[in-house]
Design a protein around this ligand. Structure first.
Ligand SMILES: [Mn+2]
Length: 320
């Protein structure tokens, strides 16, 4: 049995890359007893603009340093409260979305079947159609907390149904996401159209635009989102382009006027601490450098995952 405390790399510059320096396994039998399992989904075949998020999981792992134990806001050592492993990458095949999505669904299914919570590192946002459905098929329809600058609820993008602009439409239409428990945070810019927002309103989907974040503050928006999701299983999907391009320039469709990193870190932590999270993904990280420390987008994504894990640890420690 792998012990998560046996770090795969004790140094920031040496050894095999893994999330937080955790041991990597590809064997589902190693997942027994895990609370959280990190999985990479390196695929970007469904983007409508700049490609490159297939490099996201590797960049996020490279940014996963230092693996200090102490989470200051909670006072906990989350990686001791929780057993967490890195499950490597789903076997995505370039230019074969069906194979890639099948691999993501299979690996996420293995994690959920082991009783653990999957956190998936994208990859473009189309992967959410695969990973959230794999969770919902096992735990039942989920609520969805969705950070993004875009709604991603288009039925198709330029006639293409499987796209990073359509996963939330598919998840709702297929019954995997309960629309009355679906909350979007951070929307802004110039897409999609009134037609998509009318579809959302008809289904009772809640939207907090960036204007709402500015006027209400992130704490109030987060509290309202938690209230709207309510009890029951929840999936959390974080598009890194919800951050302002000043904080996350490495993404395929950047949109000025977004969240600050500190707002997003605070919010995902409280969401993970207060809701019945059953899965999460962090997507659309398009590394802008090959280095470890200079890629601020990957660094933000890595700390987002850590705050989610810390929130889960708070919830477990509270016994809820
Ligand atoms: Mn998105």
């Amino acid at each position: 049995m792998l012990d998560p405390r046996d770090r795969a790399f004790p140094l920031g510059y040496a050894g095999v890359l893994s999330f937080y320096g955790l041991p990597i396994t590809h064997d589902p039998e190693d997942l027994a007893g895990c609370d959280v399992v990190v999985l990479g989904a390196p695929t970007d075949d469904q983007v409508s603009n700049r490609p490159g998020t297939r490099y996201g999981p590797r960049a996020i792992r490279a940014a996963s340093w230092p693996p200090g134990p102490h989470h200051l806001p909670s006072g906990l050592h989350p990686f001791e409260v929780l057993k967490v492993l890195d499950y490597g990458d789903a076997e995505c095949v370039p230019a074969d979305s069906a194979a890639s999505f099948g691999a993501i669904q299979r690996r996420v299914g293995e994690i959920v079947d082991a009783g653990a919570l999957p956190i998936v590192l994208g990859g473009d946002h189309a992967i959410t159609a695969a990973d959230a459905s794999a969770v919902a098929e096992r735990v039942g329809p989920v609520g969805l907390i969705h950070f993004d600058s875009h709604a991603d609820t288009d039925p198709d993008v330029l006639g293409v149904e499987q796209s990073h602009g359509t996963p939330m439409y598919r998840l709702v239409e297929q019954g995997h996401v309960t629309p009355s428990r679906y909350i979007q945070i951070g929307l802004r810019g110039w897409w999609p159209t009134e037609q998509e927002f009318a579809w959302q309103r008809e289904r009772g989907i809640t939207t907090f635009f960036m204007d709402d974040v500015i006027e209400l503050g992130i704490a109030e928006v987060t509290a309202r989102a938690i209230q709207a999701a309510g009890p029951g299983p929840v999936f959390l999907t974080v598009d890194i382009d919800s951050l302002d391009p000043a904080f996350a320039p490495g993404t395929g469709t950047p949109e000025p006027g977004g969240l600050t990193t500190r707002e997003l870190l605070w919010s995902v932590h409280h969401i993970a601490a207060e809701l019945d999270l059953r899965g999460a993904d962090v997507v659309e990280v398009l590394p802008t450098s090959a280095g470890i420390y200079e890629d601020i987008t990957a660094l933000a994504a890595e700390r987002i995952v850590r705050e989610i894990i810390a929130g889960i640890a708070v919830r477990k420690r509270a016994g809820t």
